[in-house]
Design a protein around this ligand. Structure first.
Ligand SMILES: [Zn+2]
Ligand SMILES: [Zn+2]
Length: 259
């Protein structure tokens, strides 16, 4: 059975007990697994989850904000020093892959990948594209954020899983996530800060609940938690529950969800 591991759950500001949002989706022994985003303390989080070497074949980078891509060179170097041998396949929108290549190139003096024990590949994906990610059938959708950002839906035996990445409310969420069993979405603000959510094209907890209701999912997971002063997990879950009658949860770093 597949499961999601919440490697990080914070928004752009990491704090002592929460790093930037990243997820691993792991299936059975025949499924190589998927890493979503590479910001924050991604490699230590993979170590804690026992996924730090060849376990995850694919990396999907949702967009190029620092909290989602900023640790890519460090991740690649740690994989090398940690003894990785399996190829690492990096996927993202064309704008994302362009930046990913540039970042890796900037560190080229250190990331001399032609002499490595594993291969790194870059592949662009587009809105509506269907492909296999981490050995799982996936569908990609562009979201509505301050930079090009993409979410994805994974077709899994226990019910589909949709992750929006960073976005403000958009019909694309319903098109992507309708009828999924689980929706995981960002929740950077509470409703009292809705004006900031619009400026930065993020979501409030209330809006996350509304999106979950629109998509008719069973379970809503809140990540990308805006853990600045005045924010609380309990308040976010309660706010989302005003608009959504299913299960709402906000994981801590390292938590696992059966899919
Ligand atoms: Zn972010
Ligand atoms: Zn962002």
């Amino acid at each position: 059975m597949a499961h999601a591991i919440f490697l990080g759950t914070a928004a752009a500001l990491s704090v002592a007990d929460r790093s930037n949002t990243a997820l691993a989706i792991v299936g059975d022994a025949t499924t190589p697994g998927l890493l979503i985003d590479a910001g924050g303390d991604i490699y230590p989080a993979l170590c804690r989850a026992h996924l730090a070497q060849d376990e995850l074949s694919d990396l999907f980078i949702t967009h190029t904000h620092i909290d989602h891509i900023g640790s890519l060179p460090s991740l690649i170097e740690c994989y090398r020093l940690g003894g990785r041998h399996a190829a690492l396949h990096i996927y993202g929108l064309p704008e994302v892959i362009e930046t990913a290549r540039e970042i890796v190139h900037l560190f080229g003096y250190e990331l001399t990948m032609d002499t490595w024990t594993f291969e790194v590949t870059f592949t662009t994906v587009e809105d509506g594209q269907q492909l296999s990610l981490g050995g799982m059938p996936a569908t990609i959708a562009r979201m509505d954020h301050t930079l090009p950002s993409a979410g994805l839906r994974l077709a899994l035996p226990g019910g589909d899983f949709t992750y929006t990445s960073d976005t403000q409310p958009t019909p694309a969420i319903q098109r992507l996530g309708q009828g999924s069993r689980v929706l995981v979405t960002e929740c950077t603000y509470l409703n009292e800060s809705a004006s900031f959510a619009r400026i930065s094209r993020h979501m409030t907890a209330l809006e996350a609940g509304q999106q979950a209701a629109t998509c008719d999912v069973e379970t809503l997971g809140l990540v990308h938690l805006g853990v600045a002063a005045g924010w609380s997990v309990d308040a976010a879950c309660a706010e989302a529950a005003k608009a959504f009658s299913g299960t709402v949860f906000a994981p801590s770093d390292g938590d696992t969800l059966q899919l």
